[in-house]
Design a binder for this molecule. Structure first.
Ligand code: SF4
Ligand code: SF4
Length: 612
C-alpha cells in the first residue's frame, strides 16, 4: 500500500466526510419520510423462517432477478455479488488512506480474499459493461424514455472501481490508482440515495418486510380509514416500497394495461408515490390522485398481479392500487356510471350482473340441483357467472355432471350472493363487507364445511378476503377437484389440440398450474401459449373491470385471444367463467383465423367424455 503524506491524508479525510455527509443528508431525508408515514395496522412479522428464506433466495441469490430475465438478470446478480465481495476490500482501501489497512497479501486470508475479489472485479466489469450496452444501445422500451443519464454515470463509476482495482491487484497499488479508486467511491456514495440506486440499501428490507401473501389487500383499520386518499394515509411499507423501485420496467413489460395502450403503468404507480412523498411528504393532506398519480390509470388495473409477481425488489402494486381506489370510492371522488350501476346491483340484487335472484332459482330448478342440507359432501358455489351468465351456467351444469359421474354428493345454497370480489377490488369495502357477512351467515346456517367453485375469483375471495370477517370456509377450485379424481374420468379419444389459458386468480394468486392441465390431458394434447403459467397474460376481466364498460386502447382480451389462436390449437381451454366470457366476445369479434378455435371450460371438456 502507498504511504500518504499528512496533506494527502487530510485531503482524503475531508473528501470522505463530505461524501458521507452528502449521503447521510439525503438518505436521512428518505428515512424521515418513510417513518413519518403511519405504521401498517395489519402488519405482523409472522414466520421469520419464511421471511429469512425469501431474503436468502431473492436478495442473496437473486433468484427472481435471474429467473425472469436470465441474461441481464445474471449480469445484475454479478454486480450485486461483486458489491458484497467488495465490502471488505472497500473498508480496507479506505483504512489504507489513514495508514490502517488490515488486509495483507502476506497472510493466507488476505491472499485468498484479494484473489476472490479480483475474480468478481472481472465479472462485475464485464456485467456492468453489458448492462450499459443494453440500456444505452439496445434500449428495451420497458426501461423507459428518455434513457437515464444517472444510470450511465453510475455504470461508469462501477466500471472505474473495477478497473482501478485490477491493475493494483496484478501490478501492485500505486498512488494514482488508489486515488482514482477512492474518488470513484466517494462520488458513488452520495449518488446512491439521490438515484434509483437507493434500492441497494432499501430493497433487502423491502423484501424482508413484504406483506407475506401475494396481492394481499390489507383490511381497513377502523371507521376512520378510507384507504389511500392523501399523504396521511400512506403507510410505512408503501413508502418503503416506493423508495425501493429500481425502475427496471419488469412490471410494465408484463402489465396487460400497459401492453394495450392504457395509461396505467405499474412502474409509474410506484414512482408516483415516491414523487408524491418527495414533493409533499407523508403528513400532507394533498390528494394522492392528482399531480403524480392518475385516477384513470388506477381504475384500469385488472389486479392480475403480473407486476407484483415480476418485481425484483418486493413492491406490492395490487394493495397500493386497491388502496388508491378505496380512497377515491370512499371519498366519493370516483364518478363512474358503470361503477355506480355495479355497486347498486350488488347492494340491491346481491349479484354483479344485476339480475333478480329468482333467475337463479329458475336455473337451479331447471338443472334439478339439490339444495344443500348438510348431508352432502360439497356445497357447489355457483358465483354470479355460474348463476346468471349463459356460458357460466353451461360450465356449472357440466361440472355438476362430472360430480354426479364421480358419485360426489353436492348441493347449492338457496340464497347465495356475490362474494364481493368486484366491490373489494374496486375499493368499495362497505358493499364487500355486507356481502361477505351475509354469505358467511348463510353458510353457517347451512352447516357447510366444504365448498367447490368454477370461479377462481370466488375461490380467492372466499378463502382469503373473507378471513377479515371470521374463519374463511374451506374451498377449492373445480380444476383441483377434477385433477384429484382424474383417474376416474374417462379418456377421450380425440386429436384435439387444446391451448390452455392460465387465469390470473388461479395461477399467480393460487399457484394452481398443473391441475387444469392434468384434466385437459385426458381429452387431447395440451399446449401452452408463449405467455403461460406465472407469466400468463390477463383476459382483462379482473379487478371489477368486467363490469366497467369500454376499454381505452386495444382490448386486453383481444390481445390475449390473438396469442391463443396463433398457437394453431382447435380448442381454447379456460378455467374461469370470466376469462371464458371475455374470450367469447373477443372470438366473436373475429380473429382472422380460417377456423376459429372452440372455446370451452375444463369442466365442459371433461364432461364431453362422460357416457351420455
Ligand atoms: S395488477 Fe396487472 S393490470 Fe394491474 S398494474 Fe399490475 S400488471 Fe397491470
Ligand atoms: S416496481 Fe418493481 S418491477 Fe416495476 S420498475 Fe420498479 S422495481 Fe421494477
Amino acid at each position: 500500500m502507498p504511504v500518504f503524506s499528512p496533506l494527502e491524508t487530510t485531503l482524503f479525510l475531508v473528501l470522505l466526510i463530505a461524501s458521507t455527509v452528502a449521503f447521510g443528508l439525503r438518505f436521512g431525508g428518505v428515512v424521515r419520510r418513510i417513518l413519518q408515514a403511519k405504521p401498517d395496522a395489519d402488519f405482523k412479522l409472522g414466520s421469520l423462517g419464511k421471511r429469512a428464506w425469501d431474503f436468502i433466495s431473492e436478495v442473496l441469490f437473486q433468484t427472481k432477478v435471474i429467473r425472469e430475465r436470465p441474461l441481464p438478470g445474471l449480469a445484475h446478480a454479478f454486480v450485486f455479488w461483486g458489491f458484497c465481495a467488495f465490502a471488505l476490500i472497500t473498508l480496507n482501501h479506505l483504512a489504507a488512506g489513514v495508514g490502517l489497512a488490515f488486509l495483507s497479501r502476506e497472510g493466507w486470508f488476505g491472499r485468498f480474499y484479494f484473489d476472490f475479489a479480483a475474480a468478481f472485479a472481472v465479472a462485475v466489469a464485464v456485467s456492468i459493461f453489458g448492462l450499459f450496452v443494453r440500456r444505452f444501445f439496445v434500449r428495451p422500451r420497458w426501461l423507459g424514455e428518455p434513457v437515464s443519464v444517472e444510470s450511465g454515470i453510475i455504470a461508469l463509476l462501477i466500471f472505474v472501481l473495477m478497473i482501478t482495482y485490477l491493475p493494483a491487484f496484478w501490478y501492485g497499488e500505486t498512488k494514482p490508482l488508489w486515488w482514482a479508486h477512492t474518488l470513484a467511491l466517494l462520488v458513488f456514495l452520495p449518488l446512491i440515495p439521490h438515484t434509483k440506486h437507493l434500492h441497494l440499501v432499501l430493497s433487502p428490507l423491502t423484501v424482508f418486510l413484504s406483506r407475506g401473501e401475494f396481492a394481499h389487500i390489507p383490511p381497513l383499520a377502523g371507521d376512520e380509514d378510507f384507504g389511500l386518499d392523501t399523504g396521511k394515509d400512506l403507510t410505512r411499507i408503501v413508502a418503503l416500497q416506493a423508495y425501493s423501485c429500481v425502475e427496471c420496467g419488469r412490471c410494465t413489460q408484463h402489465c396487460p394495461a400497459a401492453n394495450t395502450g392504457k395509461i396505467l403503468d405499474p412502474k409509474k404507480i410506484a414512482l408516483g408515490v415516491r414523487d408524491y412523498l418527495n414533493d409533499f411528504g407523508a403528513l400532507s393532506e394533498e390528494p394522492l390522485l392528482g399531480k403524480h398519480l392518475s385516477q384513470e390509470a388506477v381504475f384500469q388495473c385488472t389486479t392480475c398481479g403480473a407486476c407484483e409477481f415480476q418485481c425484483p425488489v418486493g413492491i406490492e402494486h395490487v394493495p397500493i392500487i386497491v388502496g388508491l381506489r378505496r380512497g377515491a370510492v370512499n371519498t366519493g371522488k370516483w364518478e363512474d356510471a358503470y361503477g355506480t350501476k355495479l355497486f347498486l346491483a350488488l347492494e340491491r340484487n346481491g349479484n354483479a350482473l344485476g339480475f333478480s335472484a329468482t333467475e337463479r332459482d329458475k336455473f337451479i330448478q331447471k338443472q334439478q340441483f339439490p339444495v344443500f342440507d348438510g348431508t352432502q359432501e360439497y356445497c357447489l358455489w355457483l358465483g354470479c357467472m355460474g348463476a346468471y351468465d349463459p356460458q357460466g351456467r353451461e360450465i356449472v351444469a357440466s361440472f355438476a355432471r362430472v360430480m354426479a359421474h364421480l358419485g360426489t354428493t353436492f348441493g347449492v345454497l338457496k340464497k347465495e350472493k356475490c362474494t364481493g370480489d368486484p366491490a373489494r377490488r374496486l375499493g368499495n369495502d362497505l358493499v364487500f363487507q355486507q356481502l361477505a357477512e351475509q354469505n358467511l351467515e348463510t353458510l353457517k346456517q347451512a352447516n357447510v364445511t366444504k365448498i367447490v367453485s368454477i370461479c377462481p375469483h370466488c375461490v380467492r375471495t372466499i378463502s382469503v378476503d373473507w378471513k377479515e370477517f371470521g374463519l374463511a370456509p374451506e374451498i377449492e377450485h373445480h380444476s383441483e377437484f377434477m385433477a384429484r379424481h382424474r383417474n376416474q374420468l374417462p379418456r377421450a379419444d380425440t386429436d384435439d389440440k387444446i391451448v390452455y389459458h392460465d387465469p390470473c386468480y388461479l395461477g399467480r394468486y393460487r399457484g394452481v398450474y398443473d391441475e387444469p392441465r392434468a384434466v385437459l390431458a385426458r381429452s387431447g394434447e395440451v399446449i401452452d401459449p408463449p405467455r403461460s403459467r406465472e407469466r400468463s397474460f390477463c383476459c382483462g376481466a379482473g379487478g371489477g373491470l368486467a363490469f366497467l364498460g369500454e376499454e381505452t386502447g386495444e382490448r386486453v382480451s383481444h390481445n390475449r385471444v390473438q396469442e391463443l389462436v396463433a398457437t394453431g390449437a382447435n380448442v381454447v381451454g379456460t378455467a374461469c367463467p370470466f376469462c371464458n366470457s371475455m374470450f367469447r366476445d373477443a372470438l366473436g369479434a373475429g380473429t382472422g383465423a380460417a377456423a376459429p378455435p372452440q372455446l370451452l371450460d375444463i369442466a365442459q371438456i371433461a364432461a364431453a367424455s362422460l357416457p351420455k
